[in-house]
Write a protein of this length. Structure first.
Length: 553
């Protein structure tokens, strides 16, 4: 059983669930058929889209459920067998049920199995379908962090990275299996995530930590992730410039599936090495005990044997709850909301996440106003998911590096990304030739980085026990920031600049003022992030010293 269910196969299973659950990123695929079959005008369709976005970012319910059903202990005693089986899969099952019934209802209304529902009912099911994503994402992120506490940034970066890639992967499924039919795609979105969750949800547990320097195996997952991204980028560019026959699309997709399956091979290798090291350690200890003789009849309890530190010459150290906050310092959602740190993180995310969504939501109109061709705009929109991934993945990797190797706090990197986002917004605002090949890249990378940095910082400042609830509450800044910056700033100014007859605008002036405002908001968030860095600098110094002392033993 250990070879089937362990923390490494748990990572591989989480990767598959992550890439299958990002349907909210592909709304543009099925929105035209939803609009035509339900007789919606653009305003009504946008309303449904808003509820979809709220559902995809309202994860407090998933965090509360995860905290309720998943056991948590600060003691050095490993969790019981029942506790290991009891928790995370319940949250995954709840998310899968939401995704299934939400998209099944939308599909049934589109194909005519049911009469067109009232708009509020459709909004509810759009919210339900996308809200299931938060249950799956919360489970994978928090479970990964608890199984790999030392390199929390790396594991969260991998999880968030595959969620960011989900849209690009699902669109490949659409091209291969749906033959351009959005209706079939809606049925696929109802069934595929639910099926994958059923197959893998029991592999997601809080596993007993056996020690060891597991960074090299996490790096193997990271290498495969980068390869998948490069391959997806190749597929997107190829499909935008060449009309591929069906057999070629099938072949390219099969290669993609093989790459997506490779994490299970890495998991098998990692588990084999851990089992071999554990066996070697047991043999060494037994031999040492034999040579010393029976000087004492005392035999330590099983829990002490499993959780003792291994000899330094084995290069092994025990990862325990020493990496986390003491029990009395763990905060629940209400306690976290009563702190300045919570609201400083929330404010930075309004800009860091909200302005990123405002940029991608208006990318087509920005490109048209500046004279970019349709192919160029489509490429830029498609490649946004790549920059988003690079930020999510790189944010986790770099934050772990600066923490472990430089002793620098993670909020320092978050502040740096906010500063870089200012440059990205200014690049778009100036509208010089080729600006969209640079500005959205900077904004997209920084936007993605915040999705990795914010949950990791949350777990370190407020603790792990209620992390799922707290980071999802902070993530509510994403739709709030998107509404304020995209609708009330970018959309409002564009409408004032646009031709009143066809509601279109051409020229640098269409978005210049908007992105100067976004740059100003990013600058204010930069100052807040800098203040958070100075507030938490001493705390992180103690965390780093504690970890260095613990892992250098």
């Amino acid at each position: 059983m250990e070879w089937v269910a362990n923390r490494w196969t748990g990572v591989a299973a989480a990767i598959w669930i992550q890439w299958s659950c990002g349907a909210s990123y592909t709304f543009s695929i099925y929105s035209p058929v939803l609009k035509s079959t339900q007789s919606y005008d653009q305003s009504t369709l946008d309303t449904v889209s808003v509820f979809k976005d709220i559902g995809a970012n309202f994860g407090i319910l998933s965090g509360l459920l995860y905290s309720a059903v998943t056991p948590y202990s600060h003691s050095h005693v490993p969790p019981s067998k029942w506790a290991s089986l009891a928790g995370p899969w319940v949250v995954v099952a709840a998310g899968a049920i939401q995704c299934f019934f939400g998209f099944l209802f939308i599909w049934a209304s589109v194909v005519g199995l049911i009469s067109p529902p009232p708009v509020p009912v459709m909004c509810f099911f759009a919210w339900l379908a996308s809200n299931g994503q938060t249950f799956l994402n919360t489970t994978n992120v928090v479970t990964g962090l608890r199984n790999f506490p030392r390199y929390s940034g790396t594991i969260i970066g991998i999880m968030k990275g595959f969620l960011g890639l989900s849209g690009a992967i699902l669109i490949q499924l659409y091209h291969v299996f749906c033959d351009g039919d959005p209706t079939t795609y809606l049925l696929l979105l109802a069934c595929l995530p639910a099926l994958i969750c059923i197959l893998f949800m029991f592999l997601l547990r809080i596993y007993e930590v056996n020690g060891g320097d597991y960074k090299k195996h996490l790096d193997d997952f990271s290498v495969v992730t980068v390869i998948i991204v490069a391959y997806l980028m190749f597929m997107i560019i190829l499909q935008n410039f060449v009309s591929l026959p069906y057999w070629a699309r099938i072949f390219l997709f099969v290669v993609l599936v093989v790459l997506l399956a490779s994490p299970f091979g890495i998991a098998t290798k990692a588990q084999w090495e851990e089992s071999w090291i554990s066996a070697q350690s047991y043999t060494n200890e037994r031999d040492a005990s034999t040579h010393k003789g029976a000087s004492s009849n005392y035999s330590p309890p099983v829990d002490e044997v499993e959780y003792q530190e291994l000899p330094s010459d084995e290069g092994q150290v025990q990862v325990t709850s020493d990496d986390m906050l003491p029990h009395e310092e763990e905060k629940n959602l209400w306690q976290a909301m009563c702190t300045v740190d919570f609201w400083m993180l929330f404010i930075t995310m309004i800009s860091g996440l909200g302005s990123g969504l405002a940029t991608i939501n208006n990318m087509s109109q920005i490109g048209q106003s500046l004279g970019y061709s349709t192919i160029e705009i489509n490429n830029l929109v498609s490649l946004w998911s790549m920059w988003n991934f690079l930020g999510r993945f790189g944010g986790g990797q770099i934050s772990d590096y600066i923490m472990h190797n430089k002793g620098w706090p993670r909020p320092l990197l978050m502040t740096a990304t906010l500063g870089t986002m200012i440059l990205g917004h200014l690049t778009i605002a100036f509208g010089f030739p080729g600006n969209l090949y640079l500005g959205p890249v900077l904004v997209g990378i920084c936007y993605g980085a915040h999705w990795s940095l914010m949950p990791t910082i949350t777990s370190e400042i407020f603790g792990v026990k209620h992390m799922g609830t707290i980071f999802n509450a902070i993530a509510a800044a994403s739709p709030l920031g998107s509404y304020i910056l995209s609708v009330k700033v970018v959309g409002y100014i564009y409408d004032n600049q646009a031709d009143k007859e066809d509601n279109s605008c051409f020229g640098i002036h269409c978005f210049m003022v908007s992105f100067f405002i976004l740059a100003g908001v990013a600058f204010l968030s930069f100052l807040v992030g800098l203040a958070l860095y100075f507030r938490t600098r001493r705390f992180y110094k103690l965390v780093v010293l504690k970890r260095l002392k613990h892992y250098a033993k």
